[in-house]
Write a protein that binds this ligand. Structure first.
Ligand code: SAM
Length: 220
């Protein structure tokens, strides 16, 4: 899978992609992530990418021309399954969307800044808009990172044992994950549920199902 990201603050994105699961996906050749500095496509000597908004009011808006130049150049190279704009006024990212996106071949992610992008960018180019939650970040880079991490671990082959994904919270079954414990069995008087150490796989599976349902009800 190839992920292109357009950003006005590309430095914010460099380091996180060189660690953990995204690094693993890249090393296994299962994900390629390419960051594009919007300023490279800026206008004039000052490489302008933003301007004041029509109608007045505080805050700058990312202009359509630099963004369209960048998107046109990328689209000339390959077909994108989705062109995604990270924005707080969209539907919130969930596991099902991450799952669907993890099966795509090429996605292009546009991150905003300031007041966001000229509306015509959204109307002309964007095929999907995604928020990571009902709060406002300064820029779309961190939102893109969150989404890319959620997607990367679902790309077939990235996680060694895919069974661990099936049992996770927010999977297709809809229940949250059951509580998990590891050694030591006793810690400052806190014990591990006996059933988990019983060796009885049927009872363990039943306990986990019950706990997953209990947790899911509590979170409703
Ligand atoms: N004026 C916009 C509004 O009120 O909807 C907020 C703009 S925000 C300061 C700047 C950029 O950060 C946005 O263009 C978007 O790319 C990104 N952003 C902020 N919050 C986000 C969120 N919750 N999810 C996804 N992207 C977000």
């Amino acid at each position: 899978m190839r992920i292109d990201i357009i950003s006005a603050a590309p430095n914010l994105l460099e380091s996180p992609f060189n660690h953990s699961i995204v690094k693993r996906a890249k090393e296994k050749g299962l994900a390629e992530i390419v960051i594009h500095d919007l300023r490279t496509f800026g206008l004039g000597n000052y490489k302008q990418i933003d301007d004041t908004q029509f109608g007045g009011g505080a805050g700058m808006v990312l202009m359509i021309e630099p963004i369209s130049k960048c998107i046109d150049a990328l689209k000339a190279e390959r077909r994108y399954d989705e062109i995604i704009y990270m924005t707080p006024d969209a539907k919130t990212l969930n596991q099902s969307t991450a799952n669907t996106l993890s099966l795509q071949e090429n996605i292009l992610i546009l991150t905003g800044h300031y007041k966001g992008v000229d509306q015509r960018v959204r109307d002309m180019f964007v095929t999907k808009e995604i928020s990571i939650g009902d709060y406002v970040l300064n820029g779309g880079e961190v939102a893109a990172l969150v989404m890319i991490e959620a997607i990367s671990r679902l790309i077939p082959g990235v996680i060694g044992n895919p069974e661990s994904l099936a049992e996770e919270s927010h999977n297709e079954i809809g229940a949250l994950e059951y509580p998990t414990f590891t050694k030591p069995a006793q810690w400052r008087g806190l014990t591990v549920p006996e059933v988990l150490m019983s060796g009885n796989h049927g009872q363990i599976a039943q306990w986990r199902r019950d706990e997953a349902l209990r947790r899911s009800k509590l979170a409703e």
